[in-house]
Design a protein around this ligand. Structure first.
Ligand code: NDP
Ligand code: 2IT
Length: 448
């Protein structure tokens, strides 16, 4: 780990003390704090107003019981979370994750990252995250509906288009957003489209939101490559995961002339030298909600390995798009030895601190998640704009807006890194650029 700035040492110690056992949250805070020394040296008002201490403390944390009944009549009790972290720049905004691993520390790490990511988009959105330890795998549509309705029956009172606007994340897509929107509408008697994003196209959703995170990550990679006189054309890529982010990252990579040779899910890895057949992946994961192992049954020449490590596969572009801490220092060493040129985080915090350091020391172009995967939430903010004006934009126009936003995020990270004497370090650039926008707003809004 980098040596933490002296003045920030106490701040981090206090975070550890106040939030025991929340390893992922500690990791996310440490990563940001490690970058901020030069910024607070330049802005004594941030120290005087205790901006970092305030940013590390969520404005509000909601934990609630979610009871529901399965198809056999058995009662289940899950735990629901919403951590409303920071609203200096706009209403709380961030996804909901349904996965058995969800706990308060994970929701807090995600909510904390979201503050800076949302600031980087330049759009008026604060930071939040939520979810539940509910496991949707193997559940029927009826069970999913009962769970979503129970979850929203508690959460609705905390939401609103000017208050808190959730969206999807792991285990939450258009189906779940629809069921939650339906329950919100029923309870409140309001057709309030701006209360959730990631909605279906026929009931207030935006074109490109489904594709946005994956596409945005690839646009960010293109910015990194182009600023070094390179392009995606003809490059070999590997993308972990096979969910929403991974699928649309693969789609844009392929469109831009790269060959994607591998993807994965939590069980194993598919390798397809000829290039992943994306229509088949979509059929298996989006339509059938099956496992990625099904791919090899329908595609000759492809192989599948249970429990394999995707980062052992030769590639020039590596995009971790599954989950946190999925790419370790050892994995990074393997990718570097195999000649990786660029890595961008489609997932949130997928690379461990050792992994990030290894890439940076080896001179690999590295795009941190809070910059590289900001296209999803940015397009959510575009959905909110369309909802507020009761308008809907074309695919081309919305995609162009997304491309411009990703370009401006890259420029902000790059220029901020240069301004602070850290040229090429997009981690420091992203952290400081995101932080300073929030910090300036917090100073302006007073001690609230
Ligand atoms: P999905 O639920 O659509 O897909 C998740 C994928 O990751 C699946 O292939 C899943 O495999 C795999 N995965 C999940 N948990 C684990 C685990 N513990 N170990 C290994 N693999 C795992 O989620 P998304 O694509 O929406 O999200 C992926 C990542 O992108 C997350 O980090 C999320 O926070 C981040 N993100 C998402 C955005 C969005 O707009 N959706 C925006 C920005 C970031 P399996 O099916 O086997 O569980
Ligand atoms: O991590 C993320 O940025 C998301 N899951 C998307 C959040 C959003 O509000 O669109």
């Amino acid at each position: 780990m980098a040596v933490i700035d002296e003045k920030l040492d106490d701040v981090y110690a206090e975070v550890l003390h106040r939030n025991p056992g929340e390893g992922e949250f500690h990791q996310a805070v440490r990563e940001v704090i490690d970058s901020l020394g030069p910024s607070i040296a330049k802005h004594p008002e941030f120290t005087r107003r205790k901006i970092i201490q305030r940013i590390c403390e969520p404005e509000r944390q909601i934990i609630f019981r979610v009871p529901w009944e399965d198809d056999r009549g058995e009662v289940h009790i899950n735990r629901g979370f919403r951590v409303e972290f920071n609203s200096a720049l706009g209403p709380y905004k961030g996804g909901l994750r349904f996965h058995p691993s969800v706990n308060l520390g994970i929701v807090k790490f995600l909510g904390f990252e979201q503050i800076f990511k949302n600031a980087l988009t330049g759009l008026p959105i604060g930071g939040a995250k939520g979810g539940s330890d509910f496991d949707p795998k193997g559940r029927s549509d009826q069970e999913i509906m009962r769970f979503c309705q129970s979850f929203m029956t508690e959460l609705y009172r905390h939401l609103g288009e000017y208050t808190d606007v959730p969206a999807g994340d792991i285990g939450v897509g258009t189906r779940e957003i629809g069921l939650m929107f339906g329950q919100y509408k029923r309870i409140t008697n309001r057709w309030e489209s701006g209360v959730l994003t990631g909605k279906g196209l026929e009931w207030g959703g935006s074109l490109v939101r489904t594709e946005a995170t994956g596409y945005g990550t690839v646009f960010f990679v293109q910015e990194m490559l182009e600023s070094h006189g390179m392009s995606l054309e003809g490059r070999t890529a590997v993308v972990s995961g096979a969910g929403n982010v991974a699928i649309y990252a693969m789609e844009k990579l392929i469109e831009e002339g790269a060959t994607v040779v591998a993807c994965s899910d939590s069980a194993g890895v598919v390798f397809d030298q000829a290039g992943i057949d994306l229509d088949l992946v979509k059929q298996i994961k989006e339509v059938e909600r099956g496992r990625i192992s099904d791919y090899v049954d329908r595609r000759s020449g492809a192989t599948y390995k249970d429990g394999a490590c995707i980062w052992e596969i030769d590639c020039e572009i590596a995009l971790p798009c599954a989950t946190q801490n999925e790419l370790t220092g050892r994995d990074a060493e393997k990718l570097i030895a195999n000649g990786v040129v660029a890595v961008a985080e489609g997932a949130n915090m997928p690379t461990t601190p050792e992994g990030v350091r290894a890439f940076q020391e080896a001179g690999v172009l590295f795009g941190p998640g809070k910059a590289a995967n900001a296209g999803g939430v940015a397009t959510s903010a575009l959905e909110m704009q369309q909802n507020a004006s009761r308008d809907s934009w074309t695919f081309e126009y919305t995609e162009d807006r997304l491309r411009q936003i990703m370009k401006s995020i890259h420029t902000a990270c790059d220029e901020t890194a240069k301004e602070y004497g850290q040229e090429g370090n997009l981690v420091i650039g992203a952290n400081i650029a995101g932080f300073e926008r929030v910090a300036r707003a917090m100073v302006a809004l007073g001690l609230v």
